[in-house]
Design a protein around this ligand. Structure first.
Ligand SMILES: Cc1cc2nc3c(=O)[nH]c(=O)nc-3n(C[C@H](O)[C@H](O)[C@H](O)COP(=O)(O)OP(=O)(O)OC[C@H]3O[C@@H](n4cnc5c(N)ncnc54)[C@H](O)[C@@H]3O)c2cc1C
Length: 450
């Protein structure tokens, strides 16, 4: 998830190495009659657990995975240096408690230096071309803003329609659209909503040398979690909530559900009674957008642009790769692909995906760079049933879906996770805020009925 034109975007917007593998805990280690059951130990679940603990509310927390963190994970074995296989950009909109946590616990965090190098074919863009690029960025913002603000009562265009075909005929049209679209929202411009984008908070980005996933694993290190325990049914018909899991049944006064919108849409969890039609419709109106990272580790700094520099080539469609090069000064490059191109590459082998990202760099820097490649690795989060994609994206015209998805049922079944945040969706910090808010509501409910 990246956006390098955010500096100009801000002018328009409202002027605006810890391991997360933990031993599995048996139910005997948990309270026998918990107040709350939390499903999912991603950031929303971990924050919900921390909040309930502070509130003096008992809980059982389960996750079907063999680790905590969900869609935030730092891998250390692929490259022998920290590699965030999912979230890498620490968004602060305007604050992110994980930044404070990282600093307090001795992680190294630093602000994204915002360095970008633009290429036209195999040469750097000229000053004149860069001026043209910034004008295209301004045009993008004014057309998206116009579409977002003029759309009435929920209806809005998709971004492609809002921008107009003439926009894509300009030299930098596809590059700018890719930067905001496939490389950030993980959606083709025909699939994302200007209105929804406009209502999301602008953010600065930070990096953590040890990895964002390592920070989240550390944040949740003291939270008791029953791992490798999947929920398959939630019965919210009686006075309690009963969750059927792969390790038995849990009964609690309330439940906080944090699984992704993709897991809900795939109906991996069944509900008794069935979810009301408005909730089902909200799930259908939220896409699980697809973004994948392609890590390329080089023997040395083949770029010479400084650490954490974005390298972009003028695009002619939305199938290109965005690059964050020399990450943390360890010669690791993150390539990122989103939208339909990410889907197409997931149907291929990982070697094909790595070659695709390498070819993009070769077309800018020459074929010789291949000799400097030590190793490549690509993620495929659309193939992980516990996520079913990367992050949520509201369909054009369906902006209300996040609020509808996030509404509690019968006062005791809480829907949490990033997809339910109305102004910071699709982010780690958005998931954290929703975990916190749902836990406070659950605590208030438990107190009310006790
Ligand atoms: C490739 C990629 C890049 C991203 N880039 C960024 C970025 O740069 N910055 C940023 O802020 N965000 C980024 N994100 C988004 C961010 O990772 C998510 O918004 C956030 O981690 C979601 O947290 P969550 O707790 O809501 O959900 P999750 O992390 O999905 O947590 C839900 C948990 O539920 C578990 N689960 C699923 N089904 C079941 C079941 N049936 N029973 C029990 N447990 C179950 C899962 O294992 C998971 O641990 C990125 C995501 C991806 C995939």
């Amino acid at each position: 998830m990246a956006n390098t034109l955010q500096y100009s975007r801000r002018q328009f917007l409202k002027t605006a190495a810890a391991s997360s593998l933990l031993p599995s805990i048996s139910f005997a280690d948990f309270p026998s009659n918990p107040d709350v059951v939390i499903i999912g130990a991603g950031i929303a679940g971990l924050e919900a657990a921390r909040t309930l603990t502070k509130q003096g509310i008992t809980f059982i927390m389960i996750d079907a995975n063999d680790r905590i963190g969900g869609r935030v994970y730092t891998n250390h074995s692929v490259f022998n240096v920290p590699f965030d296989t999912h979230a890498h950009w620490m968004r602060a909109s305007p604050a992110n408690p994980l930044l404070d946590h990282a600093r307090a616990r001795g992680f190294e965090v630093y602000r994204d230096p915002g360095r970008v190098e633009y290429f036209v074919g195999n040469r750097k863009a000229t000053d004149e071309e860069l001026t043209d690029l910034h004008q295209t960025d301004a045009l993008f913002n004014s057309r998206i803003k116009h579409s977002a603000l003029s759309s009435a009562s929920g209806a809005d265009d998709n971004a492609r329609t809002a921008l107009g075909e003439d926009f894509f005929g300009t030299p930098w049209g596809y590059t700018v659209a890719s930067d905001y679209g496939v490389w950030d929202m993980a959606q083709d411009s025909a699939d994302w909503s200007p209105k929804s984008w406009w209502s999301s908070l602008d953010a600065t980005s930070w990096f953590c040398t040890q990895g964002y996933g390592a920070v989240v694993a550390d944040y949740g290190r003291a939270v008791p979690v029953r791992l490798r325990t999947g929920a398959s049914r939630i019965d919210w018909s009686g006075p309690d909530v009963t969750v059927t899991t792969s390790a038995g049944t849990i009964r609690a006064k309330a439940a906080i559900l944090t699984v992704s919108a993709g897991v809900l849409a795939a109906e991996r969890i069944h509900f008794t009674p069935s979810l009301p039609s408005q909730k089902q419709q909200a799930i259908q109106n939220i896409d699980m957008a697809l973004m994948n990272y392609i890590g390329l580790l080089f023997k040395k700094d083949i770029f010479g642009f400084g650490q954490d520099t974005y390298v972009y080539q003028q695009q002619h469609d939305e199938t290109g790769v965005g690059y964050l090069t020399n990450t943390h000064n360890v010669n690791l490059t993150y390539g990122y692909v989103g939208g339909s191109q990410a889907k197409a590459l997931e149907a291929e082998s990982m070697e094909t995906t790595v070659a695709y990202a390498l070819d993009g760099l070769k077309s800018m820097l020459g074929n010789n760079i291949e000799k400097q490649l030590l190793k490549g690795f690509a993620t495929a989060c659309g193939k992980v049933p516990l996520f079913d994609g990367a992050y949520s994206s509201v369909r054009p015209g369906k902006t209300a879906a996040r609020r509808e998805l996030g509404a509690a049922l019968a006062e005791k079944l809480f829907f949490s996770g990033e997809a339910t945040h109305t102004s910071q969706p699709s982010t780690v910090n958005g998931g954290l805020e929703r975990g916190h808010a749902c836990a406070l509501e659950a605590a208030a409910y438990v107190r009310k009925i006790s």
